[in-house]
Design a protein around this ligand. Sequence first.
Ligand code: PLP
Length: 435
Amino acid sequence: MDTVTPSPAEQALMAAAGRVLPAGSFGNMAGDIVVREGRGGRVWDESGQEYVDFLLGSGPMLVGHAHPEVTAAAQAQIAKGTTFFANNRHGIELAEAIVEAVPCAEQVRFVSTGTEADLYAMRAARAFRKRDKILKFEGGYHGMSDYALMSVAPKRPGNSLRPIADSAGLPGSVGDEMLIAPFNDLDVTAELIRTHHDTLAGVIVEPLQRIVPPSPNFLVGLRELTSQYGIPLIFDEVVTGFRLAYGGAQHFYGVVPDLCSLGKVIGGGFPLAAIAGKAEIMAHFDQGKVGDAGFLKQIGTLSGNPVAAAAGLATLEVLKRPGVYDRLFKTGRDLIGVLGELLKHAGIKAQVIGAPPLFDVVFTDATAPIRNYRDMLTGDAKLAGRFNALLRARGILKGEQKYYISVAHTEDDIAFTRDAWDDAIKELVAERQRG
Ligand SMILES: Cc1ncc(COP(=O)(O)O)c(C=O)c1O
């Protein structure tokens, strides 16, 4: 069993997508599935095929699709108007909730996407430091701005760590403004910071880079180094915010940055993201505080959208309840354990890495721990793609790289996933034997 044949109605939609959308898709997932609806930890495609959903909208749906309380909160606001451009109650209350939850957050500025949040976080660091360069880590993903697209996923990274443009259309000069370091390598990072501290505006890092966890002391070391030179440290918490813990990765790992970006979960499935951080740096969004020269102009039509903020607030209400993160972590731990065992039993070289709320398998020798982007390249991406395809045919929906876990995933979902993994792994082994 390799593929599920889509119904004629879904095929017609795919054909239309092929005509009017470049590459037949929105640019995220391939256009070989058209999702019709989701409930809890499951989604259905336009053919009526049901999937256990580990894509979860690429992370936002932490409490599950169509959560009744989130739906009710959004609907209540929709009936009263959907956007105003002016302050609204839900946005103010959501900002308060973020300040209460996230250790570095003294103030919050809303935007609509994680890309914007990261872009403005970097810009705020530049405004504060009055310097230009940003250090990011190779393989770190911070959205789609020109700067963020340096060395995200270089196919042939070469020996050096010079910035490599990962998209067409970027001005050649952008690379001059970026420094690239290897994740989890404090020595090389320290050397770069020491050499360039006088031109460095900020350091941006995914505290859990994609699915690669930070080594013990890496984030602490980064915090110490940046503090030593007065360089703002930015945690990109678009994925980890409210997922690794209610207070995000900074709470989970116990390292507090100066600024962070948030997205995904805080919008409850609607477009909403934020820059949050120390008042001293956030002051650059306030002309009255910093004057014309220090002012960072920031406007967005849908920023702090009331429907998104209401959905985000309702999501946080659910997450705040006792035992929610225990359940999320237990589900993730159970799944990681099962997947690791099945792969081991089948004699397939693999590591399951990440954290219980988000993880994936990397098909590589289990003896060498994966510490950075280059280690990730040792994984057999073709095999991973094949495994994902076999799983899709067995009712599991996930992205290319990441199982996102939801508090809505049930014991049934775990059992179903176990069977799908078991069957897909047997097929991988059979395919290998067939050569
Ligand atoms: C760590 C990280 N930062 C930033 C972004 C960009 O967020 P958005 O897709 O909302 O622009 C993403 C998106 O997946 C992300 O994973």
